[in-house]
Design a protein around this ligand. Sequence first.
Ligand SMILES: Nc1ncnc2c1ncn2[C@@H]1O[C@H](COP(=O)(O)OP(=O)(O)OP(=O)(O)O)[C@@H](O)[C@H]1O
Length: 617
Amino acid sequence: MSDNRRRRNNAPKGGPHAGVSRSGEKAKDFSGTFKKLIRYLRPYYAALIAVIVTAIGSTIFSIVGPKILAKATDKLSSGIMAKVKNTGGIDFTYITRILLICATLYLVSMLFSYIQGWITATVSQKVAYNLRKDISEKMDRLPLSYFDRHSSGDILSRVTNDIDTIATSLNQSMSQIITSTTMVIGILAMMLSISWQMTIISLLTLPVTLTVLGQIMKRSQKFYIAQQNSLGDVDGHIEEMYGGHQIVKAFNGEADAVNTFDKYNNELYDSGWKSQFFGSLMMPVTQLIGNFGYVAVCIVGGFLATGDIITVGDIQAFIQYVRSFNQPIAQVAQIMNMLQSTAAASERVFEFLDAQEMVEDKALVSRSEVDAMKGAVTFADVHFGYNPDKIIINDFNLHVHAGQKVAIVGPTGAGKTTIIKLLMRFYELNGGEIMIDGKNITDMKREDLRSMFGMVLQDTWLFNGTIKENLKYGNLDATDEEIKQACDNAYATHFIEQMPEGFDTMINEESNNISAGQKQLLTIARAFVKDPKILILDEATSSVDTRTELLIQNGMDKLMEGRTSFVIAHRLSTIRDANTIIVLKDGDIVEIGNHQQLLAKHGFYADLYQSQFERSV
Ligand SMILES: Nc1ncnc2c1ncn2[C@@H]1O[C@H](COP(=O)(O)OP(=O)(O)OP(=O)(O)O)[C@@H](O)[C@H]1O
């Protein structure tokens, strides 16, 4: 089967990061996406109210701080004046009391910030946790056709990168939106309470700050997107070249590979440099414009103070407020930017969660009925196309008695694998029906249906675990004796026992401690452990040594005894004893019969057999 290859070839350009949501990416439906995201926040409304209360609390306390501190400054300055004029002294008791009040306010404000940080971290991580959980459950309900259309890298990036983006931005924006807004309103109120004239003057700098910030952000965002794209190109290129480095070397493609890498790397350098440069301009520029504001405020404040309209303490408090005014404004702008990428990430996640699911299981045939089945298979007028507009299996009819061996042969792309996928209900038919022991497979639960099958494929899939764990994959209750017996039947015991830790040796998909042939023997043993009624064998085309090939063949023959078997055959010499051989061409059965009958027909099969036979002579 060539699924993995096919999927990889279909993967979007840009490598593993090709589906990653990029900061600055715009969502198609901003408000709709946020509504969906807010649904995930619903269980935490109480916590969110607590965030609002603590955020407002901590901000108010830090806002009133300077105003109270101003009282101490005034007392101090009037005390100094009195001392100079010899009319009195500094009232330290009063000043100490004010300072204590201020310290308490700042402490309470800090405590509130702490509580608020704790709640937002919990809520954002819970939302991310629930999204990941929903995605994982959704994966089980999605039809295989969904995975045909989306690369695994793309799906992976939705579960990891996109959800990370959502969690991080929820964490930051939830409290920042509230604190920044409270801060802006609060500071503005305090400034107005000190002097409306000075407030107007300092507000004059605001449009300038906002325009300049907007321009900088627009520019840096453009380069940021370019940077992420170049990063995707670099990653994709490295993955491709590293994955196929032997081929690259064999075809002398190194110079080309290095040139392409240099090109992507230069683009990354260029966009990375520009985005960071523009990003780092934000703070100094805001400060510069703010400083002009201070100068103007100080001048006007000085005039007002000399006219006894405001006090020196007021000027000091006002300056403090002006300093903290620009910060929340810049923060709100940043949050707006961040929310755009959150929306883009959420949109990708919800697109996955909203994808059309498989037709629901019916379970009209009970598990006990399925368990009692013998394994007779009937295909009746089956029509199917991966894309309904392009039917590739036309009117397929076949009846297989329980225990029979059916070989499916035909040129590449004829539809051999497709027939098997339909039998296991990986895809829904466009017409006709498939029955096992006379019962339509759509009337059974998918899980029950698949419990009847055992597969030995060319793509020997083994997971990270011990040999024993891998063997028990299809039957977790198998005893050690059953496993040993299965390995004996599959001629696998010998090599397993020679391994350093025998059945407890760790293996995985890329294991190089076992050979391709040994992996094949393990998958045969795994099928024996499962003891299925119907077998699917996809004959290995990969070359193994003759002795191992013989072991594999013998193992498979033994495995097929007494079970309905479908063999996708590549070497026709191995299927001479099949009860029925069907020859597929472009999704149609062009010939059917046993080996002798088909040879006698002198048709497609006979030609195919002859050509293989001649090649092997
Ligand atoms: N997931 C898929 N999505 C769309 N088209 C597919 C998919 N899988 C297979 N096809 C197409 O369906 C046709 C039959 O493919 P299938 O894999 O069944 O052929 P096959 O006979 O098993 O070939 P091979 O011997 O090369 O494995 C081919 O044209 C193939 O390109």
